[in-house]
Design a binder for this molecule. Structure first.
Ligand code: BDR
Ligand code: CA
Length: 305
């Protein structure tokens, strides 16, 4: 079992990733940490609590940072995920509460308690992870690795022509993570744009698993509509599930070792690019057996009751 904490800004594909992790018998999900991005941090925390309750998990949820390290806060991505984060599904109040520790405090403690074993899977802006790195000089070496959804090497951006959304929301935090010396795997647009789910795929998951597959299908309508406006994809990208799957199925991906730096100012802000003077090497995922990843995702969501 791989011990994983997901740092998340739920978010429609975040919900898919969390349901996948809950369904996966090879994953021990130790908790969720919430971050602004697709929605505000308060909505992200509430949505994370909603997801763990819906899927029947009893795990801690920690509230994270409400703004980037240095940049002004960018408005949430309501046109992609809806005002409340789950497309057309209305807001609802969960029964549970976030724990008292902040996301960064929780991450630092868990990395110590599970030294060398914890796989961190950030699927939102990287502020919480950067704060944990800054709070504890041992954090980067305490985690086994950081498998993050974010960035783009050769694919171009999705929020600007240069930048992928998670990195763009806090480029300084992303730079802290890439330069931390932790083992970092970048699951960026180079691979996530190759893994697409269609309306028919969501219908099949809803039929097999009416409650939770059905919930994802309800969310997917909004997300698929956004992807139609982008125009170049036959379906919507499984960005965040791809990162969770990469944690346990690295053989389904190919990668290149690249020194990555993040552009932190100017027109190209948020771009993740190769630089000879980068402080550490990142495994940049470039190839994927996309049909196998999609089938695994669909099979495990379909098994949820
Ligand atoms: C990433 O940005 C968010 O909109 C998604 O949830 C995903 O984490 C894709 O660029
Ligand atoms: Ca996300």
């Amino acid at each position: 079992m791989t011990k994983i904490i997901i740092d998340t800004d739920p978010g429609i594909d975040d919900a898919m990733a969390i349901f996948y992790a809950a369904a996966a018998e090879d994953i021990e999900l130790l908790g969720l940490t919430a971050i602004f991005g697709n929605v505000t941090v308060d909505t992200a925390t509430r949505n994370a609590l909603r997801l763990v309750e819906a899927v029947g998990l009893d795990i801690p949820v920690a509230r994270g940072a409400e703004k980037p390290l240095e940049m002004p806060h960018i408005k949430p991505s309501a046109h992609v995920h809806g005002d409340e984060g789950f497309g057309d599904i209305p807001a609802a109040t969960p029964k549970g509460n976030a724990i008292k520790e902040t996301a960064a405090e929780f991450l630092v403690r868990m990395a110590r308690e599970h030294k060398g074993e914890l796989v961190l899977c950030p699927i939102g802006p990287l502020t919480n992870i950067a704060l944990a790195i800054q709070a504890d000089p041992e954090f980067a070496s305490n985690v086994d690795r950081i498998v993050l959804m974010g960035g783009s090497y050769k694919e171009g951006g999705n929020i600007t022509p240069y930048a992928e959304a998670n990195v763009y929301h806090d480029p300084h935090a992303a730079e802290v993570v890439f330069a931390s010396g932790a083992k970092v795997e970048m699951v960026g647009l180079d691979v996530t744009h190759q893994i697409l789910c269609t309306k028919e795929d969501f219908a099949a998951m809803a039929e097999a698993a009416p409650k939770l597959g059905g919930m994802l299908q309800d969310m997917s309508h909004f997300y698929l509509k956004f992807y139609e406006t982008v125009g170049k994809f036959d379906g919507c990208s499984l960005h965040d599930p791809a990162a969770v799957i990469a944690c346990t199925h690295p053989h389904l991906f190919t990668s290149e070792e690249v020194g990555i730096t993040v552009v932190t100012q100017g027109e190209e802000i948020g771009e993740t690019r190769a630089a000879a003077d980068a402080r550490s090497e990142t495994s940049v995922l470039m190839g994927v057996e996309s049909e196998v990843v999609k089938s695994l995702f669909m099979q495990r969501i379909s098994g949820l009751s």
